[in-house]
Ligand binder design. Structure first.
Ligand SMILES: C[S@@+](CC[C@H](N)C(=O)[O-])C[C@H]1O[C@@H](n2cnc3c(N)ncnc32)[C@H](O)[C@@H]1O
Length: 250
């Protein structure tokens, strides 16, 4: 079982909080443009972290009511501050574990999950738990990337497995759309994003990766140099996020 004290691959430093906020704002169009919830609907945001996606969700659907949960009390404190700083009033925060959700069956009209399943040892169990508290006819939206955390108990290729995970968890009409970030010299704002989102993310797990013996220092340094090369004049960078929407049958 996950606990607030379980190490989380990216850590919970202020720098990582900043990276998550930057990532959410830069990728807002790519990941959020097609997510809107109707007035009056009750939406669970599972694993809101420091509130980076919460702000976008709440602003895009100002008349929906969001309950945003996370297992980490520290992240929730940051998320609350951020949301109140933005003057957002349609979000309530609560500490909760997706493996033990403290809600009655069929409480929510919709559920939104971003960058959570990739960290969980048992993503299908968490999806089934979320299905319990979703009303029939409601939707679940899940956004994940492919990442590096198999060693920490997560799934490094989870993005491309979303369709199967969600279908196996019992959701119907699951539709997955790949969202591609592509950068070369002609798109300088994307090149900046590659540095501040993707390279910063990998650099942020350096100590942990080396301490766990995933690779040696020299291999690590070469990998980081190669990543930086993708942002140079003769480089290109390509990364795919996956966004899935599924339904709970009425
Ligand atoms: C990469 S962050 C994503 C945060 C946010 N969704 C975003 O996109 O910025 C993953 C979050 O999952 C939370 N988390 C990990 N295991 C959890 C669990 N079992 N229940 C609830 N939250 C969990 C972590 O505390 C962390 O805040």
């Amino acid at each position: 079982m996950n606990s607030p004290h379980k190490p989380y691959v990216h850590g919970r430093s202020d720098r990582e909080a900043e990276r998550l906020n930057y990532q959410a704002s830069k990728l807002a169009g790519l990941l959020h443009h097609d997510t809107r919830y109707p007035p009056g609907s009750r939406v669970l945001e599972a694993a809101c972290g420091v509130g980076a996606q919460t702000i976008l969700l709440a602003k895009n659907s100002p008349l929906a009511e969001f309950i945003s949960i996370d297992i980490s009390p520290d992240s929730l404190v940051k998320a609350k501050l951020r949301v109140s700083h933005e003057g957002i009033t349609n979000v309530t925060f609560r500490q909760a574990d997706v493996y033990h959700l403290p809600f009655r069956p069929e409480t929510f009209d919709h559920i939104f999950v971003c960058f959570l399943l990739e960290h969980l040892p048992d993503p299908i169990r968490s999806l089934k738990n979320m299905k319990e508290i979703l009303r029939p006819g409601g939707t679940i939206t899940v956004i994940e990337g492919d990442q590096l955390q198999r060693e920490m108990g997560g799934n490094a290729l989870i993005g491309r497995e979303l369709w199967h995970l969600m279908t196996d968890a019992g959701f119907t009409k699951v539709a997955v759309s790949p969202r591609i970030v592509y950068a070369d010299e002609s798109r300088p704002e994307y090149v900046e994003g590659v540095k501040n989102i993707f390279i910063a993310m990998v650099e942020g797990v350096r100590e942990r990766a080396i301490a766990r013996g995933l690779l040696d220092n020299e291999t690590w340094e070469k990998g980081i140099r190669d990543l930086h090369r993708t942002t140079e004049q003769d480089g290109t960078f390509c990364y795919t996020f996956f966004k899935a929407v599924g339904n709970k049958e009425s």
